[in-house]
Design a protein around this ligand. Structure first.
Ligand code: IFG
Length: 497
């Protein structure tokens, strides 16, 4: 169904659902993702040079310091952080309503006297800070001092996410991206309340993380274990959980080229820099394969504070199906040994979380649900950011179709696949595969403006979402991206200002 018709249906259903109280009205602020409730109130707040940022609870201090750094950079004001109420106050509280909005919920009150952000956790405060950023003029994103005034219209926001998992995936295997470039990708994504970074660390073309017990794996472009620790630290500071992926048993040519013994015929494979998939497989019948896997999982698990370890499992076209099942069973046991929860693409027939990606294989998502797994929804024809926007897009692939901004927005995870409903879904993720992408500009061009739409689908109430409303709010993001020198695609479907 063309997304415009679907969008019209969604609008109609939203209105029919009577969600007029919180339905965004054109005068309301252009927030992405759309909060649960936004009510304009009388009288705005002006941030002036003497303002302070107040936080009583120790847990809120790092978030307050982060907000202060951002506002100091754009305003040139001192904006000291003080351990008491102030013009801008951040509060960690168990008192309702903020205290009852869960791990990431928050309330935000803007009156002429003050701005008050409250949440049950520091993470909720951090999510609320992203909303506060979007209530301030776009120049707040500038990297150098800008003239005022710094006014915020009066508003009361109450908000919490629909799904707990809202991820971005970056393929650093087909083309490698440095720690700094990954940090930038995180920075841009957290503005839209993304809270997971899935790093696709290994594939046919490259192994990108140092494994001390198998030192020849990582070569020409990789993260040392300290580099990976730094990415994890930086992400955690922004309440983003890193999900490392070691793709197995397919997508393993880099390992098979580094170690001859990992091949069934004992011959090392040639390095591969092409774009084919499905031609490689670990030798599932050899014990050395499971020693290899145990060593790799042990080292990566020790570097990863998050609960998930992803072992891929996709496109294992060169692995015998029976051998594949035995491999997955042993792989799951190994991941359990090191205290992590196995996740993988929908082909991975074990593990607590499976990722739906191939629109031609919805049955795998249904099968995962049937065995009790939760789903991360990443349909390639909606959420794969490496899909071309149009036939004219210079970057990207088109095997799942052309995905314009509207196509990427006008779907819902709970109705996409027959047999998969809201309760089966952990969240959504926007993968960015890099066969054709070699620079940060290319990454940003493909991710913006589609990534914010996937983030909204993961955060905002389904009934309140409509393409007609969203496209206006999305257009208002452009000055913020320009202030950060973000390269983005000016889709003709979006009413850019
Ligand atoms: N499918 C492959 C990816 C990548 C992608 C490009 C998955 C799970 C096509 N597997 O998506 O490695 O090549 O769009």
């Amino acid at each position: 169904m063309p997304h415009r018709r679907l969008a019209a249906l969604m609008t109609a259903s939203a209105l029919a659902a009577g969600c007029t109280a919180d339905a965004p009205d054109p005068t309301s602020p252009a927030l992405v993702p759309l909060p649960v409730s936004v009510r304009a109130s009388e009288g705005g707040f002006t941030l002036d040079a003497g303002a302070r940022i107040g936080v009583r609870e120790a847990g809120g201090v790092p978030v307050a310091e982060g907000l202060a750094r951002l506002l100091r950079r754009a305003t040139g004001y001192a904006l000291p952080v003080v351990r008491q109420e102030a013009e801008i106050t951040l509060e960690v509280t168990s008192r309702p309503p903020a205290g009852g909005l869960g791990q990431e919920g928050y309330t935000l009150d803007v009156t002429p006297e003050r701005v008050r952000l409250a949440a049950a956790t520091p993470e909720g405060l951090f999510r609320g800070v992203q909303t506060l950023r979007q209530l301030l003029p776009p120049k707040v994103e500038s990297t150098g001092p800008q003239p005022g005034p710094w006014t915020i219209d009066g508003v009361r926001v109450e908000d919490r996410p629909r799904f707990p998992y809202r991820g971005v995936m970056l393929d650093v295997a087909r083309h490698f991206f440095t720690v700094e470039q990954v940090k930038r990708y995180i920075d841009l994504a957290v503005a839209y309340k993304v809270n997971h970074l899935h790093l696709h660390l290994t594939d046919d073309q490259g192994w990108r993380i140092e494994i001390k017990s198998w030192p020849r794996l990582a070569a020409d472009g990789f993260y040392t274990q300290d580099d990976y620790r730094e990415i994890v630290r930086y992400a955690a500071e922004r309440f983003v959980t890193v999900v490392p992926e070691i793709d197995t048993p397919g997508h393993t040519n880099a390992a098979l080229a580094a170690y001859a013994e990992l091949n069934c015929d004992g011959r090392a494979r040639e390095p591969y820099r092409g774009r084919e998939v499905g031609f490689s497989s670990l030798c599932t019948s050899k014990e050395v394969t499971y020693r290899f896997l145990d060593d790799v999982v042990r080292e990566v698990a020790a570097l990863t504070p998050g609960p998930y370890l992803n072992l891929g499992g996709d496109e294992a076209h060169s692995t015998d199906p029976e051998d594949y099942e035995k491999f997955v069973t042993r792989a799951h046991q190994i991941v359990d040994t090191y205290g992590k929860r196995l996740t993988g693409w929908a082909e991975m027939t074990s593990g607590e979380v499976a990722q739906h990606w191939n629109p031609r294989e919805p049955d795998r998502a249904v099968a995962a649900v049937a065995r009790g797994a939760k789903l991360i929804m990443s349909p390639a024809d909606r959420s794969y950011l490496d899909m071309k926007y149009t036939a004219g897009t210079g970057y990207g692939l088109d095997w799942a179709g052309l995905v314009e901004v509207g196509d990427s927005y006008a779907w819902d995870p709970a109705t996409l696949v027959e047999g998969v409903t809201e309760k089966d879904i952990l969240g959504v993720e926007a993968p960015l595969w890099t066969e054709t992408l070699e620079t940060p500009d290319a990454l940003e061009y493909m991710a913006y403006p589609r990534l914010p739409g996937i983030a909204e689908i993961g955060w905002s109430p389904a009934a309140a979402r409509s393409w007609e409303d969203y496209r206006g709010r999305l257009a208002a993001q452009a000055p913020r991206w320009q202030a950060q020198s973000v390269t983005f695609y000016r889709s003709p479907e979006v009413p850019w200002h």
